[in-house]
Design a protein around this ligand. Structure first.
Ligand SMILES: *Cc1c(COP(=O)(O)O)cnc(C)c1O
Length: 377
């Protein structure tokens, strides 16, 4: 066994800084203003400009973005929300946070995304929203059912935590008219350290989320400075994006074309290197359109292969253990054969911008050896 440790393959995911992030954070620290400031608002304008949408509302995390979007769409107790079990647990927790009921649906085994048909089969009279998860960065257009969902007043809220920079055909994800939620967490395609963004459908939705994220306080900081009180106009939470985090995002956005180029190149390098391995199926993220977030394969004897690669100091991961099998979500369990099957086979290979081509070769040959040892190849 080749146990030579390579730093670029040791982590499954890792943030990539271009350099100016450090100075940008230092300038905010020196300014003494760390909360929601004009830096946050500049980041909102820059993201909106990058996507080509009228508005974007920054929040503290992707989870906060999903929670705020559900509240803005007026989803609440008694409502059912259709969601794939194959997602990060944050998607489900956001649904529970508004008191709604998750209705877990299966996914297409090839993409790990929901399909139009799977969504429509799950729709009931109490369905008020669908949250397609743009798995690995792949757009989920729901093209053939959008009108029907709209007619039934079912809101589509895209969990685009993996998909900042991806395209749905020729349009960027976030520009197709759905309420869209991005995450700028540490390992996402663009990072703020922590952060998130909602792309609202209307100015009213934008206003709702802007009030919500500042504890429902309805004055600006400038107005508050000149009065002896403040006005709490509505329910709200501390969901603002701090200027410290926004500054990181702004610096990252300046280099986003390099991010796009690098992630796509690395994904294609994996695609080529993995092609000769017969027992390995690459989960297709549609790299022509998407900005790949994960490099995920399906393998036989996954647990053995995982342990073997970990022993070789290779940062493999599993995205994700199905949510309908989690103890916290057991109430909403229903059998989901494709998800359960995938859950036992998926393996995420190291995928981040510190990877080199030689690192990818190293991972793929280790994978080939691990499959041989496990009897899977
Ligand atoms: C990361 C992630 C989230 C949550 O985003 P945070 O910024 O970590 O709160 C939600 N959904 C999916 C699919 C994610 O990967």
């Amino acid at each position: 066994m080749n146990t030579a440790s390579r730093p670029d393959v040791r982590r499954n995911a890792s943030p990539y800084l271009y350099g100016p992030e450090t100075g940008a954070v230092a300038r905010v620290l020196e300014s003494g203003q760390y909360g929601h400031t004009d830096v946050t608002e500049e980041f909102e304008r820059r993201v909106a400009g990058f996507l080509g949408v009228p508005d974007a509302v920054a929040v503290a995390s992707g989870t906060a973005a999903l929670h705020a979007a559900l509240l803005a769409a007026k989803v609440g107790p008694g409502d059912e929300v259709i969601v794939p079990s194959m997602t990060f647990c944050a998607t489900i927790q956001a649904i529970l946070a508004v008191g709604a009921t998750p209705k877990f649906v299966d996914v297409d085994p090839a993409t790990l995304c929901v399909t139009d048909q799977l969504v429509m089969e799950a729709v009931s009279d109490t369905t008020s929203a669908v949250i397609p998860v743009l798995f690995g960065g792949r757009a989920v257009p729901l093209a053939s059912v959008r009108d029907e969902l709209a007619e039934r007043s079912i809101t589509v809220i895209e969990d685009a935590a993996h998909a900042f920079g991806s395209r749905d055909g020729t349009c960027r994800v976030g520009t197709t008219g759905s309420l869209t939620c991005f995450s700028f967490g540490p390992i996402k395609n663009l990072t703020c350290g922590q952060g998130g963004m909602v792309i609202p459908r209307t100015p009213e939705e934008a206003d709702t989320i802007r009030r919500l994220r500042l504890l429902g306080i309805t004055q600006s900081q400038g107005e508050r400075a000149n009065t002896t009180t403040y006005r709490v106009g509505t329910f709200g939470l501390r969901y603002q994006l701090s200027a410290i985090n926004a500054a990181i995002g702004l610096a990252q956005l300046d280099h986003f074309n390099t991010t796009e180029h690098t992630r796509r190149r690395l994904w294609r390098t994996y695609q080529q290197a993995l092609a000769p391995l017969d027992s390995v199926t690459l989960v297709d993220v549609d790299a022509d359109h998407s900005l790949p977030h994960l490099c995920q394969v399906r393998v036989p004897h996954r647990d053995q292969v995982f342990a073997d690669l970990r022993a070789r100091d290779i940062g493999v991961g599993v995205h994700y253990p199905p949510n309908h099998l989690q103890p916290a979500f057991a109430t909403w369990h229903r059998p989901l054969p494709a998800t359960e099957h995938a859950g036992a086979e998926i393996l995420s290979l190291p995928f981040h911008q510190h990877l080199t081509e030689t690192g990818i070769d190293h991972v793929v040959s280790a994978l080939a050896q691990a499959l041989k040892t496990s009897g899977g190849a």
